[in-house]
Design a protein around this ligand. Structure first.
Ligand code: SF4
Length: 151
């Protein structure tokens, strides 16, 4: 018997799992629904709920659990983004802790930060810009995670 599975090939991350549960304590039913009905946004191995299509048994790792807060976080306070100069010294963890962006936000040239925009306005702006681009010179950045696999 080893403490928390230390020294084993697949340690049991009970302490880390408890930390994830605590971090998501305000949204536990939602987090459970994501785990049991959702797919993993951690990498491209592919899951459906808590299993995959290749190996029997539970498919779950700490990467997926540690990303859970990205889905369960409350919406950010919009005023935090009205002047982004105050965010320059924030770490990526600080920025994630601000919360989810609940609606499209727009920063126009020369403005200090972002303001909410309607979905219609945001989609119109995107379409307007795309129409001006030669399709052969257009590229889309889909995700900052696992781009090599998912692309
Ligand atoms: S290995 Fe981890 S991050 Fe990748 S799909 Fe499986 S649970 Fe998600």
């Amino acid at each position: 018997m080893t403490l928390f599975g230390l020294g084993r090939q697949k340690p049991h991350h009970y302490f880390e799992m408890a930390k994830v549960a605590w971090e998501n304590r305000d949204q536990l039913p939602f987090a459970w629904r994501i785990l049991t009905n959702g797919v993993c946004d951690g990498c491209a191995l592919g899951t459906s709920g808590l299993s995959d299509w290749t190996i029997q048994g539970t498919h779950l790792c700490m990467v997926r659990l540690e990303l859970m807060r990205l889905n369960t976080a409350p919406p950010l306070t919009p005023s935090r983004l009205t002047d982004v100069s105050s965010l320059g010294s924030c770490s990526s963890a600080d920025l994630r802790a601000l919360g989810r962006i609940p609606e499209p936000m727009l920063r126009r040239r020369g403005e200090a930060g972002f303001l909410f925009a309607s979905w219609d306005e945001a989609l119109d702006r995107i379409a307007e810009e795309l129409r001006t681009i030669d399709p052969l010179r257009a590229a889309f950045y889909l995700t900052s995670r696992g781009i090599t696999n998912e692309a």
